[in-house]
Design a protein. Structure first.
Length: 262
């Protein structure tokens, strides 16, 4: 499952997301996301975006989540997202086919930071407020589109530390899904220039990686399975981090020594 986004002759990634592609059963969730952001932030809400499979018309029931991005006219310290857990619990009861909503609230002054331009320029569809799409330059395949790769090493270290603590099963399931996605997308990002393609879709990331590194494909297949069906088993999460996770970090260090690690 998944799609490679088209690339023009200059190597720019072409946006294929559209509000018109949202499947009917997902529209009430999108509306509820918008209204909830409005209720939480009121006049401080600058804009709201939906991104990912939902706005490509490719969302799969019981597998897909709803990725969101909100730009807020507040300082980072003043942006409260503590409501996310209750919102997700309610949403899963009302729409059990949706695996959850990723809430991401970014200060307006930080809209140029990290992967935000990519999320808006390539993946996002504005459903409320002023669309910032034209504020950003086109994004080319290669290092400009590497948003997971610079974070992987730091995120593995963080999660390794969290495994030594006593958190609930839900916490570890969510972190398992999160780091598995990070590993899969990094595994594709280091190959996108060779492929001259771009995707965030997990199955395609796995397929491309397996073509270049068949000796690691079984380990990466386990990562794909954990991204789709995460576990709270800390031993299994640690095994993923210490095997294919660290292997990939070392591969990045060798092939992209000048990449700025965040």
């Amino acid at each position: 499952m998944g799609t490679f986004l088209k690339v023009d002759q200059q190597g720019n990634i072409i946006k294929e997301a559209s509000i018109d592609k949202i499947q009917s059963q997902w529209l009430p969730i999108v509306e509820e996301v918008k209204n909830t952001y409005l209720n939480q932030y009121g006049t401080s809400l600058h804009s709201v975006y939906i991104r990912g499979s939902v706005v490509r018309g490719e969302a799969v029931e019981n597998i897909s989540d709803v990725d969101t991005l909100a730009i807020i006219k507040l300082a980072k310290k003043d942006i409260d997202v503590s409501w996310e857990k209750n919102f997700n619990e309610k949403l899963k009861k009302d729409y059990p086919f949706c695996t959850g909503v990723e809430i991401c609230a970014i200060p307006f002054d930080e809209r140029n930071v990290s992967d935000i331009p990519l999320m808006i320029k390539v993946h996002g569809v504005c459903i409320y407020g002023e669309d910032l799409n034209n504020e950003f330059k086109n994004i080319k395949i290669g290092i400009p589109a590497m948003v997971h790769t610079p974070l992987l090493g730091k995120d593995i270290q963080y999660l390794r530390q969290m495994l030594a603590k006593d958190n609930n099963d839900h916490f570890y399931e969510e972190k398992c899904r999160w780091i598995a996605k990070r590993i899969l997308r990094t595994s594709f990002e280091i190959l996108m220039e060779r492929e001259k393609k771009y995707t965030r879709d997990l199955d395609l990331c796995y397929d491309v990686f397996s073509k270049y590194y068949p000796e690691q494909c079984e380990e990466m297949k386990k990562v794909l399975e954990l991204a789709l069906k995460p576990t709270s088993d800390k031993n299994k999460i640690a095994e993923m981090l210490d095997s294919i996770g660290l292997w990939l970090v070392n591969k990045v260090d060798v092939e992209y020594p000048d990449l700025i690690k965040i």
